[in-house]
Design a protein around this ligand. Structure first.
Ligand SMILES: [Mg+2]
Length: 246
């Protein structure tokens, strides 16, 4: 049976991606003073720069801010004014200060899951920013542990599971990203509960998850999470019974 449930933070517990998209729109408005936005494919260039810089800056708002500055300097051939660079920096700071708004019903869902299993928050990004969001969310005390990782890949999940002394087959991860929350957990032999958010960061859009995977369920709202956990518990019990010898 499932004894440990991981929850993603951004766009699973609280709203996030919308703020990033608003900043991207502000970035384009500033660059529009220098370039023909339709020709320059500003948005694609920014995404490419963010992707290129991930291995240096990691995930999060600070890396995105530096990538905005670098993209702006490069696309304007160093013509952008200090005043406009200052504006871009402010956009990045706005992200770090955005209010933490919980998804409707998520507090109740986490609390209900926590009555059946240990729950852990597993999130990635800037350590400082993520810690501030956890504190502002008021959800911290519901979790047995908060894990802030630099990348959500198989080795990160394996490390969290070994710290809890839990087999992957007894772990469920709940999150909005198939790439970060679901795919590596299924690959380890764990369970996935996908709760899509209405917008997805381009970087998270590519994945290799089969929507019909036997250890995967999908819900549309936080209120459906406890019921989905019960369904998955039945499946987990069934597969454990089948794997017993004789
Ligand atoms: Mg997320």
């Amino acid at each position: 049976v499932i004894e440990l449930v991981g929850f993603d933070g951004d766009d699973t517990l609280w709203h996030s991606e919308g703020y990033y998209q608003a900043v991207h729109a502000g970035f384009e408005r500033v660059l529009g003073k220098y370039l023909d936005l339709a020709d320059a494919r500003v948005h694609e260039r920014l995404l490419a720069m963010e992707r290129e810089n991930l291995h240096l800056f990691g995930y999060g708002a600070k890396g995105m801010t530096l990538s905005m500055l670098e993209t702006a300097i490069s696309l304007t051939s160093e013509r952008i004014t200090a005043s406009d660079l200052h504006h871009l920096l402010q956009l990045g700071k706005d992200i770090l200060r955005h209010p933490v708004e919980l998804l409707e019903g998520i507090r109740e869902a986490v609390a209900e899951v926590a009555r059946e299993a240990r729950v852990v928050l597993i999130t990635k990004g800037d350590l400082f920013h993520q810690e501030a969001k956890v504190a502002a969310s008021g959800l911290g005390e519901l979790f047995h542990r908060i894990e802030i990782v630099s990348e959500k890949d198989e080795s990160a999940y394996r490390r969290v599971l070994s710290e809890f002394s839990v087999q992957p087959s007894r772990f469920l991860m709940v999150g909005n990203s198939l790439r970060s929350d679901i795919e590596p957990v299924l690959a380890l032999g764990g369970w996935g509960l996908h709760m899509p958010y209405h917008v997805t960061w381009a970087h998270e859009a590519s994945h290799g998850v089969d929507p019909g995977h036997p250890r995967l369920l999908r819900v549309d709202t936080p209120a459906q999470i406890p019921g989905a956990l019960r369904d998955l518990q039945l499946r987990a019990a069934g597969s454990e019974a089948m794997s017993l010898p004789g």
